[in-house]
Design a protein around this ligand. Structure first.
Ligand code: SF4
Length: 213
């Protein structure tokens, strides 16, 4: 897929293996900017021990209001192999994280699946969360079946003109709806364990954007 990248709905068709860059500006290697135990996601995600977040560099959305601008727009971060990423997953599990929280993973799905496969062989057992902006290919989401336990998509816009103006993407409404339906088909509605921590399901986030009218 990286040789003719159509991983997200932009379908740039560039050869990322040969250092050609598409809209997201991501290369063939996984690039990450931050690994943390996040205590400020939804309570059913962060719980009392935290969510094991991994923030990926670059993004297929170009939101003018992005709070992680340096990471998502400027690509700040460090390259890691799939094996190194699998070790990061396991380190988060060691730290008692409730889950692995993949933040803006869309443009690295192929490589992330590889990392999950390796990590599971080494003993990764906590839920995997796919935390994305909602601008996803159904075909790519289908590749994640069986690897992702919880989908955490944004549904940012119900107006394609606003999506184009503020995130530079076309057809956001239909694209995101189709992707979310596929996510729900795979994992269904939220299931919480006895401690109120999500183990499976879809949670949709809506953005509140002040002064947009
Ligand atoms: S992942 Fe990046 S290169 Fe691939 S289609 Fe999307 S924006 Fe283009």
């Amino acid at each position: 897929m990286l040789e003719n990248c159509k991983m997200c709905p932009h379908k740039c068709g560039v050869n990322r293996i040969n250092d050609k860059l598409g809209i997201c500006k991501a290369g063939a290697k996984i690039k990450i900017a931050l690994v943390s135990l996040h205590h400020f996601e939804e309570p059913c995600i962060s719980g009392d021990k935290g969510s094991g977040t991994i923030f990926f560099s670059n993004c297929n959305l170009k939101c003018v209001y992005c709070q992680n601008y340096k990471i998502s727009h400027e690509g700040k971060g460090k390259e890691v192999t799939a094996n190194e990423l699998s070790n990061i997953f396991l380190a988060q599990q060691e730290k008692q994280a409730h889950n692995i929280n993949l933040v803006s993973p869309t443009i690295y799905v192929e490589q992330i699946i590889e990392a999950i496969k390796i990590a599971k062989k080494k003993g990764l057992s906590i839920p995997i969360i796919y935390n994305c902006g909602g601008y996803e290919n159904v075909e790519t989401i289908k590749m994640l079946k069986g690897y992702v336990d919880v989908y955490l998509p944004d549904f940012k816009y119900f107006d394609d003109e606003l999506a184009l103006k503020y995130s530079k993407v076309k057809n956001y409404t239909k694209v995101a709806q189709d992707a979310i339906l596929e996510m729900h088909k795979q994992v269904g509605s939220p299931i919480l364990d006895d401690n109120g921590i999500i183990t499976k399901g879809v949670i949709i986030r809506h953005l509140v954007l002040p002064r947009i009218y």
